[in-house]
Ligand binder design. Structure first.
Ligand code: ADP
Ligand code: MG
Length: 569
């Protein structure tokens, strides 16, 4: 064997490991879910790689996951013969946490702790998946041996989770990865289960990983476990293995065969989220182009929702075979937070992202998925208003991007949108409800854009509307500034900014006499202010303020103007 090197964990990784060691998750069983999930991903990646690279010297004969227990030594080993990792992979993937938003998350967690908001801290951590590091909840030492498929030399990584890890080359590592957990002593007070117990481990696999499409094998119950042959007299007979998961693709099973819990665990596997989804959506299409889809609306926005490289959540399978993650061709950008799987029957396994973008059938599927998601949210809106409120709070800002990106479904998107309004201080309103409250003679849907509810409410522009009892939508998201320009109306009523043009409230009370009286003053004011304004007009729109600035009908809204100015345009 070669040189043993000692490395330090990146500081965020160190902090997360500390959290793991001091076990902040109440459910420790999930460490196994994470390891099996990683092994399954590694097998998917290997299969893909062999499609792409015909030269790859990989062994793909008997791809599977194996869990070995040693009750004497008290170890659990999860092994896969998948893609494996190179030395650099190990350092980068296991020694650091690249997940966007980790630093932000840790800061919030620390805040919650400092302010002794115990419950808030629990809630936060419950939402943050730690993947591989979950091992340190149950183990005081973790050993990982891995060899990247197609390469000669393997790597052994080991750590007690306390700031450092060691790494060394291994000459004879099998292809793929094995992770061995040296279990912490059983501690009743801590309710730590004995994870070296076969029945316990089987139960966990059944509960959390049953749908994994690769076989998860364990020693047959009744056959001697490895490690019971202690006299050293030759090799212990390899125990007979059996597959413990059903491997049934969830999306291919009928709805009443699958429990909510199974759907939720599947969601966690594909999304790497640790929280249950808000809604599960199933679709089945038969006929000329057959496909099945299982989609999820998460209950929380991911931290990277508004980052440029945010991932799209839909995976593509072809005839049960995983083809790709992050399939942009299957979901429009404004619904990028939707997670799930689409399994198409008639595509080639070699299909590439470029081909998908062009494919007519894929485009047809995408249209169907999009409509189905919008319809699901619409139903939620009427049947489960609280759920809908959560959905809108988390994803509304993204959904509104669709008002511009997707003219074809604009009416549908408007239908499921809600907006803050002068009608109620806290609850947002749907446009449907707004329209139903419109006063006799009110022709338009009025809105005001601005930085905050406070500034909008104090604006003199609102006075006349308030006086007439007209409701005004209060739009404060940057995306609002964009769509209000492109979207003309809803349900035959046009959108109208309260800050633009001569808002015709149908009762201009300025008389010709008044106009004549003020003509000189207005002329003088127009001249004095000519640098800043086009015209000074007499108006009856204000009730308490003496004057206000309005834009021309075609102008940018004040906030948008500010945004452009800030960008130097
Ligand atoms: P995540 O799975 O959400 O990416 P993890 O902490 O579970 O986060 O794993 C981190 C990374 O380590 C994975 O993305 C993968 O690249 C690598 N990895 C973990 N386990 C394995 C494995 N069994 N085989 C190959 N790579 C693995
Ligand atoms: Mg993982």
């Amino acid at each position: 064997t070669g040189q043993v090197e000692t490395h330090e964990f990146q500081s965020e990784a160190r902090q997360l490991l500390q959290l793991m060691i001091h076990s902040i998750y109440s459910n420790k069983d999930i460490f196994l879910r994470e390891l099996v999930s990683n092994a399954s991903d590694a097998l998917d990646k290997l299969r893909l790689e062999t499609y792409r690279d015909k030269e790859l010297q990989a062994d793909t004969d008997d791809l599977h996951i194996e869990i070995d227990l040693d009750t004497e030594a008290r170890t659990v080993t999860v092994r896969d013969n998948g893609i494996g990792m190179s030395r650099d992979d190990v350092v980068n993937l296991i020694g650091t946490i690249a997940k966007s938003g980790t630093a932000e998350f840790l800061r919030k967690l620390k805040e919650a702790k400092d302010e002794a908001k115990g419950a808030a801290g629990q809630d936060l951590i419950g939402q943050f998946g730690v993947g591989f590091y979950a091992s340190f909840m149950v183990a005081d030492k973790v050993t990982l041996v891995t060899r990247r498929a197609g390469t000669g030399e393997g790597v052994r990584w080991e750590s007690a989770g306390e700031g450092t890890y060691t790494i060394e080359p291994v000459a004879d590592a099998p292809q793929g990865t094995s992770v061995t957990l040296h279990l912490k002593p059983v501690d009743d007070e801590d309710h730590l289960y004995d994870y070296a117990s076969p029945w316990k481990v089987r139960e966990i696999v059944k509960r959390y990983s049953d749908f994994i499409t690769w076989p998860v094998k364990m020693a047959k119950t009744g056959t001697p476990e490895e490690g019971t042959d202690e006299d050293g007299a030759g090799e212990a007979a390899a125990p007979e293995l059996e597959t413990v998961n059903s491997m049934k693709a969830l999306w291919a099973r009928s709805k009443d065969e699958v429990s909510d819990e199974e759907y939720h665990e599947f969601y966690k596997h594909i999304s790497h989220d640790w929280t249950d989804p808000l809604e599960t959506v199933r679709m089945q299409a038969e006929g000329t182009f057959e496909y099945q889809a299982l989609l999820f609306l998460p209950s929380r926005a991911p931290m990277d929702l508004f980052m440029r490289d945010a991932k799209r959540g839909v995976q593509l399978y072809v005839k049960r075979v995983f083809i790709m993650d992050d399939c942009a061709a299957l979901m429009p950008n404004y619904l990028r937070f939707v997670k799930g799987v689409v399994d198409a029957q008639d595509l080639s396994l070699n299909v590439s992202r470029e081909i998908l973008q062009q494919d007519r059938q894929i485009r047809a599927i995408r249209r169907r998925l999009e409509k189905k998601v919008l319809a699901t949210v619409k139903t939620m809106m009427t049947e489960e208003p609280e759920k809908y409120a959560t959905f809108w709070r988390e994803f509304g800002r993204a959904v509104k991007e669709g008002l511009l990106d997707d003219p074809e479904n604009r009416e549908q998107i408007l239908e499921i949108s809600s907006f803050a309004s002068t009608h109620h201080a806290e609850n947002p309103t749907s446009l449907r409800d707004y329209v139903s409250r419109m006063k006799d003679g009110q022709e338009h849907i009025y809105f005001a854009t601005g930085e905050s509810r406070g500034t909008i409410e104090n604006s003199p522009h609102l006075e006349a509307f308030r006086a007439k009892g007209y409701e005004v939508l209060i739009l404060t998201d940057p995306v609002d500034e964009m769509w209000v320009d492109g979207v003309t109306g809803f349900d035959g009523k046009s959108f109208q900014s309260v800050a633009k043009g001569e808002v015709d409230l149908g009762d201009d009370k300025t008389t010709d006499e008044q106009k004549a009286d003020y003509a000189d003053l207005l002329k003088w004011m127009s001249a004095s202010l000519s640098e800043s304004v086009k015209e000074v007009r007499l108006s009856s729109r204000l009730t308490t303020s003496p004057s206000c600035v309005v834009g021309d009908a075609g102008d940018l809204t004040p906030t948008l103007e500010k945004m452009y100015r800030a960008m130097g345009q």
